[in-house]
Design a protein around this ligand. Sequence first.
Ligand code: HAM
Length: 425
Amino acid sequence: MQALKGFKDILPDEAALWQRVEATARDVFQRFGFEEIKVPILERTGLFARSIGEATDIVEKEMYTFNDRNGESLTMRPEGTAPVLRAFIEHALHLRRPLSRLFTIGPMFRHERPQKGRLRQFHQLSVEALGSDHPRLDAEVIAMARQILVELGLAAELQLNSLGCPACRPAYRQKLVNFFAGHQEQLCEDCRRRATANPLRVLDCKSANCRALNAKAPAILDALCPPCAQHLTTVRRNLDTLQAPHRLNPFMVRGLDYYTRTTFELITDALGSQGAVGAGGRYDSLVHRLGGQNLPGIGFALGIERLVLLLQEQPMAPASGPDLFLACLGEAAAEYGFTLLHQCRLAGLSALMNFQTPGLKSQMRQADRLKARLVLLIGANELNAGQAVLRDLTSKEECQVPLNDELAALLANKLPTPDPLISGL
Ligand code: HAM
């Protein structure tokens, strides 16, 4: 039996990098005042159709949707924003704080064509800030997304756009429809359909012909109403204040319909065609559209798989093994060692032993393979003498230690303070 296509097992070596990504993100979230929220993986299908948009690729062809045993249409969440907003509204979280800063971490599901960096089950660090339309919040949230990458030692280009608002976007949309109607023959098959249903999507089509045409299409930045243009200018100024370099990309339109004004993506060229490590934007009408108050918001999501792929391309600190391996010879030593093993773990050490107690050579080989830092050798003689040899496998130094109740604490003190960079892995 094999895992489903696009569904991936995360094996222990890779899981260490996942922990590093998650720990780094949690640390940044905490400093920026964001709190965790956990929401279900399954939601009613209507939630996503209403928020992401009926005419998007996600809703049209990528959702895992099925009827449950009661005949209700359910969907495995393709993204985190809609479920978090549903929970925000359901639990009236706007009463808790004037500005809710929320994050959630977990799996999302999209039936896409799998390739490097693109899975059907993938994981996001997903963030939503609800309750303010101030451009400083845009800059703060974008700077936080960037900061997670910085603290992971990763680089990506920050691209920024504005998609306008209900006051200016419809007119722009109509301009695009008119423009594409006059150039049908130059559009790819997909875009011919999109040109009327979702014309903004044509702007980020990757096909050469569409790209050439898009270069001549009306530009959104020229069509923004004065308040949207002012908002964008202030976001950019605030990003400069926060030293977050960025580039305007008027062709970035995003694959979800709920965005208004600011949108952004963090792009790398190290992942082939799946260059977006993270993306997000403002959605000032979405809470209201989902049945809540008229509250603006902004958020983003970083793709954990893509962050991990980037980390895997970097030189890595060698993986560290257990602090201590107990090499016990004979049943009596193993009996003693079993108790000591537990005490060492309670004292804060990571410790292992081989319950089968093979010969000394075999156990020493095992300790080496595990990359243990210390080995304690205990046999019948050591038990009689009440002393055993402790060997440091890195420095090759040895010393005698007493086999008594203080030993676990003594061993815990013997270990050098771990290098924070390595222990963070
Ligand atoms: P999104 O652009 O659809 O936005 O996804 C955000 C990130 O999730 C992408 O930049 C990418 O890193 C990762 N991602 C998306 N699809 C896949 C996939 N099939 N395989 C691997 N990684 C993937 C959202 O989902 C919005 N909810 C973000 C947001 C939050 N906007 C406002 N608040």
